[in-house]
Design a protein around this ligand. Structure first.
Ligand code: PEP
Length: 251
């Protein structure tokens, strides 16, 4: 029997301008603020965080960022540090496959970011996932094991960590993993946590991400090692996102 409360995270990626982001946040708030027994987090672009923090103030919806620089401050043009996010967000998405792919982020960098975020009191939502060629070659378990271990190198704040298993071939494609595939990999992630820190293997939340919508989310949430979803496309539609939240609250 799962004792972990489900978490639904909306990753808005590089979508919405400040005004439309505020409107979306208000709609999500209207539709889902009163839904209990589920954690709700939205991750808008950096430029909207301050305005949306005001919208969400005092509500049950938490705010997350989509990335952070591991350094406290300094000559890193265009970057945002954990010190800047401190007090503004409660969570940060790290190691998303789009960052690993388009910005060459390595697992070493992801682990530095996770440690830095953690020190600033921000919970990392640490993403791992294999691409289609790895899956096809039957090496997904091996790949995820190495990627997650490397992304958690030196990390120690286990009470404040969320892992998201997001197979790249399922992100934004409309082709979600099967619940069996997602469960298998979530269990692999939990085994890794168990080998690193046995005391926390039952409390760390593991999410599934990749073409989640209100039609398929329940299949994932029913799995013993899946404790919620990281949602991209469907999080940009307030009604659909709230439907997801409602489904997660009853599991
Ligand atoms: C994501 O961006 O992390 C994601 C899972 O996207 P989508 O839900 O659109 O597949």
């Amino acid at each position: 029997m799962k004792h972990r409360k489900n978490i639904i995270v909306g990753n808005w990626k590089m979508n919405t301008e400040v005004k439309s982001g505020i409107n979306l946040a208000k709609q999500i708030l209207d539709l889902s603020d009163n839904i209990t027994n589920v954690e709700k987090i939205i991750c808008p672009p950096f430029v909207s965080l301050t305005s949306i923090a005001k919208v969400l103030k005092g509500s049950s919806i938490q705010l997350g960022a989509q990335n952070v620089n591991a350094n406290e401050n300094g000559a890193f043009t265009g970057e945002v540090s954990t010190a800047m996010l401190h007090g503004l967000v409660s969570h940060v998405v790290l190691g998303h496959s789009e960052r690993r792919m388009f910005y060459d982020e390595s697992s070493d960098q992801v682990s530095e970011k996770a440690i830095s975020a953690s020190k600033a009191g921000i919970t990392p939502i640490l993403c791992v996932g294999e691409d289609f060629s790895v899956r096809k070659s039957g090496k997904a378990v091996n790949f995820i094991t190495k990627q997650l271990e490397a992304s958690l190198q030196g990390f120690s704040n286990w009470q404040s960590l969320i892992i998201a298993y997001e197979p790249i071939w399922a992100i934004g494609t409309g082709e979600a993993a099967t619940s069996g595939q997602a469960q298998e990999m979530a269990a692999v992630c939990r085994d890794i946590i168990c080998s690193l820190t046995p005391d926390f293997s039952n409390s760390v939340h593991i999410l599934y991400g990749g073409s989640v919508n209100s039609t398929n989310v329940t299949n994932f949430l029913e799995q013993p090692d899946i404790d919620g979803a990281l949602v991209g496309g469907a999080s940009l539609n307030a009604q659909e996102f709230s439907n997801l939240i409602r489904l997660a609250s009853s599991k």
